[in-house]
Design a protein around this ligand. Structure first.
Ligand SMILES: NC(=O)C1=CN([C@@H]2O[C@H](COP(=O)(O)OP(=O)(O)OC[C@H]3O[C@@H](n4cnc5c(N)ncnc54)[C@H](OP(=O)(O)O)[C@@H]3O)[C@@H](O)[C@H]2O)C=CC1
Ligand SMILES: C[C@H]1O[C@H](OP(=O)(O)OP(=O)(O)OC[C@H]2O[C@@H](n3cnc4c(=O)[nH]c(N)nc43)[C@H](O)[C@@H]2O)[C@@H](O)[C@@H](O)C1=O
Length: 363
């Protein structure tokens, strides 16, 4: 990529897309073509084709997707498979039709089988059944990575698919139901801490900035307590989901962005085929840290960061999801990229960001 290459970051206001845009800007790239979801619905094929014909981007980061945590994935299954297939089909095919020089497709490590040997190498793709909670999302992501590989093989394009582990960082989704575990824990434990200290100003600031169904910063204390209790948030206690025993790996979103730009700048599809036989498979790249933590451990780190000394309980009627999904990052390390921010530091950074971005309430 040249510094003045025309770059389309799809999903540039999301967790990863916003970090990719910042990373590119910091490296001196400046010729961006950007559209919000409201300006361009990527599920709309004719609108996407028109956009590519008019704008002719040279490089595409495909970080737009329908995304959510375990509850969103298991409840809104149709949305996850339909929207993701549509977005990626439209963007990848329009890139081919308009001679995009290189595209990076973001998948997820949930593409790997539920019982995959740990840590999971790229080669365990399609070897056995998927985890049911996020199967529709995973199937869309597998289709996306195979679409990149197939276009590269048939049409000689240069599309790379990366499979990130669980991500967290600035611009995360903090919704109490649909978010991933880390932003959910940050917000729940923060609110429980505020209730414990009777810090109603902070509770109201939080609810004004990020409304929760049925309550906002102007509601009575009793109404707020009743609604928060439905999400497992109490004075002195937080009830999290599942058993607390599943293991997860977490990568700071700005590091994910750095790895994405690193790969776009240096790695071509041909590099990923080297050493593979005539049947070329698994040209995608895992992105992660190779380090896992139990959900209970993660909750303890969040409590430490927030300063919450109350009780953490687990509600085993809620799903655990897959029990382990540790990525093998040998391929990524061999390509020369390594993470730097460990989970404890990342949680401190995210909590700081969260607090700084909740203070919009006019007292
Ligand atoms: N977060 C994580 O832990 C992980 C994420 N990933 C992958 O990384 C990528 C980025 O995810 P993340 O940044 O977390 O997701 P976010 O939800 O934070 O951002 C997704 C972005 O896509 C946009 N978008 C969604 N649907 C459409 C649409 N139909 N048309 C146009 N824009 C749309 C959203 O806009 P709007 O909000 O306005 O709808 C948003 O800006 C995704 O491919 C995801 O699958 C992979 C592994 C883990
Ligand atoms: C990135 C990846 O993310 C999703 O998979 P997931 O890792 O299972 O998702 P998660 O982050 O929501 O949960 C991780 C773990 O944490 C536990 N947990 C505890 N308490 C809360 C809680 O309060 N909220 C949430 N969300 N989880 C909680 C929860 O029970 C589970 O054991 C995919 O669907 C898909 O989107 C994908 O690719």
């Amino acid at each position: 990529m040249e510094k003045n290459s025309k770059i389309f970051v799809a999903g540039h206001r999301g967790l990863v897309g916003s970090a990719i845009l910042n990373n590119l800007r910091n490296k001196g790239y400046h010729n961006f073509v950007l559209r919000t979801h409201a300006e361009l619905d990527l599920t709309d094929q004719s609108a996407v084709y028109r956009f590519f014909e008019e704008e002719k981007p040279e490089y595409v980061f495909l970080a737009a997707a329908h995304v959510g945590g375990i509850m969103a994935n298991s409840r809104y299954r149709a949305d996850f498979i339909y929207q993701n297939l549509m977005i990626q089909n439209n963007v990848i095919h329009a890139s081919y039709l308009n001679n995009v020089k290189k595209l990076l497709f973001l998948g997820s490590t949930c593409i790997y089988p539920k019982e995959a040997p740990q840590p999971m190498t790229e080669n365990c793709l399609l070897t056995s059944a998927l985890e049911y909670t996020n199967e529709p999302y995973a199937i869309a992501k597998i289709a996306g990575l195979k679409m990149c590989e197939s276009y590269d093989l048939q049409y000689g394009t240069n599309y790379i698919a990366v499979m990130p582990t669980n991500l967290y960082g600035p611009n995360d989704n903090f919704d109490l139901e649909t978010s991933h575990v880390l932003p959910a824990m940050i917000r729940k434990i923060h609110l429980a801490n505020c209730l414990t200290q009777s810090d109603w100003i902070s509770v109201r600031e939080d609810l004004n900035h990020r409304p929760v169904e049925g309550v906002d910063g102007k509601s009575s204390e009793k109404e707020i307590e009743q609604v928060l209790a439905k999400y497992g948030i109490f004075s002195g206690c937080v009830k999290l989901w599942g058993t607390g025993t599943p293991l997860r790996e977490f990568l700071w979103s700005e590091e994910m962005a750095d790895a994405s730009v690193y790969i776009m700048e240096r790695i071509d599809f041909a590099d990923l085929c080297k050493g593979q036989d005539t049947v070329i498979r698994n040209t995608h790249i895992n992105i992660g840290t190779g380090i896992e933590h139990s959900i209970r451990e993660v909750a303890q780190l969040v409590c430490k960061s927030v300063g919450f000394t109350g009780v953490i309980e687990f509600d085993s009627s809620k799903p655990d999801g897959t029990l382990r999904k540790l990525t093998d990052v040998s391929k990524l390390h061999a390509l020369g990229w390594h993470h730097q921010i460990e989970l404890e530091e990342g949680i401190d950074r995210l909590y700081k960001w969260y607090i700084e971005n909740s203070k919009t309430w006019e007292k």
